[in-house]
Design a protein around this ligand. Structure first.
Ligand code: PEP
Ligand code: MN
Length: 375
């Protein structure tokens, strides 16, 4: 059960103390308090853990400081979408809105290789009015002998160029807590020229210590990739780890599942789960068509499979696209074979626009038919 208090409730207030004393007196129940600090107000939520089934909701509702009481219908207490739940389902970070109702495009390099490639990529984005990108510095690789990413060494020029080209948010994977400190330090040195969306990769979806350390900080929002060999429920619980440690600014990313049934795609595309995740939780949902499809193959219609997969996710209401581009894929150090070319960026963006317009038309149709049928 979640008790949402009136905005800006003062914890030294007698009304707040009265409520907390009442809750402390209920046997078998413990409480956990979360403050959601927004630009305009602070919302306090009290989570009740334990045997809540028999609690008297009306009684709790009658306390002066209580705005509303929400019965948690599912496992995901903080990020879950519960009955009568009106908590905000978006967040803003460095001027970019992340919500279940809009769409952000993060096109960029799977792995940073040269300064020149980073600059070409960012320039191309700026020219098209885009202000987000992906840039991999710390790369988790299957083989210990493969390029592991430039790590900290590339951060100064990546952040500096981001500032130069108006990039507001960079999705960047971290595989260890120490990477957050490195990002922090270099961002400060470059005068906070950009923002970072900390990415947790599919291989680390159940690295609970990493989840906890990323969840304990509130400076950066998090992009959590679905684990490629675990259930959706297990991956959503991984997201809940982040939130339960205090960071609820989480975007959930579908990136395909590892199974040979997906052949010849690198992974089995799972974008039919876009609406499912939006139904179960309040997280914005990202799709990664590059790591799902894993190639530049095209069918007889001569539209790349990566484009098709993207369109499938977007027409189903995806809120973010994480997609690999490269100015010179043949020379990319990681995942060149799946990278789209800069010359394809306009085509890609136009294709996404068509799919997004399709989603919006479907919403209009739902309203029209829904109104007629009283749904
Ligand atoms: C990536 O996005 O660079 C990546 C390694 O993805 P995943 O964790 O989905 O394999
Ligand atoms: Mn990759």
């Amino acid at each position: 059960m979640i008790i949402i208090l009136h905005p800006d409730t003062d914890k030294s207030d007698a009304g707040y103390r009265k409520l907390m004393e009442y809750l402390a007196g209920i046997p078998g129940i413990t409480t956990r308090t979360h403050d959601v600090v927004g630009a305009e107000q602070t919302l306090t939520e009290v989570y009740l853990v334990g045997r809540t089934a028999t609690l008297d909701m009306a009684q709790i509702q009658s306390f002066e400081v209580v705005e509303r009481v929400v019965r948690v219908s599912r496992e995901y207490r903080i990020l879950g979408r519960h009955k009568d739940d009106v908590r905000p389902s978006h967040f803003d970070y460095n001027g970019v809105r992340f919500g279940q109702d809009n769409l952000n495009i993060f096109a960029g390099l799977c792995a940073v290789d040269t300064r020149d490639h980073v600059e070409q990529m960012m320039r191309a984005l700026k020219e098209r009015g885009l202000n987000c990108t992906r840039m991999g510095a710390y790369k988790p690789r299957t083989s210990p002998y493969s390029f592991q990413g430039h790590g900290r060494n590339c951060l100064p020029y990546v952040f500096e160029l981001a500032g130069k080209y108006g990039i507001r948010v960079i999705a960047m994977e971290v595989t260890h807590e120490a990477h957050i400190n490195e990002i922090d330090a270099v961002l400060q040195q470059t005068g906070n020229s950009t923002g970072v969306l900390l990415q947790i990769g599919t291989r680390n979806a159940q690295n609970f210590e990493l989840l906890k350390s990323v969840g304990r900080q509130n400076t950066y929002p998090v992009l959590l990739k679905r684990g490629f060999g675990i259930t959706l429920e297990e991956s959503l619980n991984a997201a809940e780890y982040l939130a339960s440690e205090g960071n609820r600014n989480v975007v959930f990313c579908l990136r395909g599942m590892k199974t040979q049934y997906g052949d010849p795609h690198r992974n089995m595309v799972d974008f039919s789960h876009v609406p499912t995740v939006k139904m179960l939780t309040r997280m914005p949902v990202c799709i990664d068509p590059s790591h799902s499809v894993g190639s530049r193959h095209a069918g007889p219609d001569r539209i790349l499979d990566v484009f098709h997969a993207t369109a499938q996710g977007v027409i189903a209401g995806a809120n973010m696209i994480l997609v690999d581009f490269h100015p010179d894929p043949a020379r990319a150090l990681v995942d060149g074979p799946q990278a789209l070319r800069l010359e394809e960026l306009d085509w890609f963006l136009e294709d996404v626009r068509i799919a997004r317009a399709g989603y919006e038309q479907r919403q209009t149709l739902r309203d029209r038919v829904g109104n007629q049928q009283g749904i």
